[in-house]
Design a protein around this ligand. Structure first.
Ligand SMILES: [Zn+2]
Ligand SMILES: [Zn+2]
Length: 133
């Protein structure tokens, strides 16, 4: 929350409770969220306000667009979120995986090679439920 307030202040924006709620929701979400996803959880905030807030947040670099899932705009807190995807090689359908087993591997690398791992990228490719038939 501290960095959120700092960034908001830096851009001379008012910290409204709606902005704060939307930020909070994005922060605790494990996977990117669309305006609609947020509205489902925060029903007291109308969709137009959520859209506007997401645009504002994106402009000030608080969140980023993860546009690889269809054409619905989904956002996540910048760099804080970490997830992997599976992409179908046949139809291009992409699915998010919201858990990660790589952290154990990172600990092993740290022990064996002394590297502190800061980040990793991993994407799976395969055939989706429809295409594998
Ligand atoms: Zn497919
Ligand atoms: Zn991971």
């Amino acid at each position: 929350m501290k960095e959120y307030l700092q960034i908001i202040k830096k851009h001379n924006l008012r910290n409204t409770s709606q902005r704060q709620d939307i930020y909070h929701h994005l922060k605790k979400s494990k996977i990117p969220q669309s305006a609609f996803d947020i509205h489902q959880k925060l029903k007291n905030i109308d969709l137009a306000t959520i859209h506007r807030t997401l645009k504002t947040f994106e402009k000030i670099n608080l969140i980023e667009l993860n546009n690889f899932i269809g054409d619905v705009k989904k956002y996540s807190i910048k760099t804080k979120i970490h997830f992997h995807t599976i992409k179908c090689k046949n139809c291009g359908k992409t699915i998010l995986i919201d858990f990660c087993l790589i952290e154990k591997f990172e600990k092993f690398i740290y022990k064996k090679y002394g590297f502190k791992i800061l980040e990793h990228q991993l994407q799976f490719f395969g055939l989706c439920n429809n295409c594998k038939k």
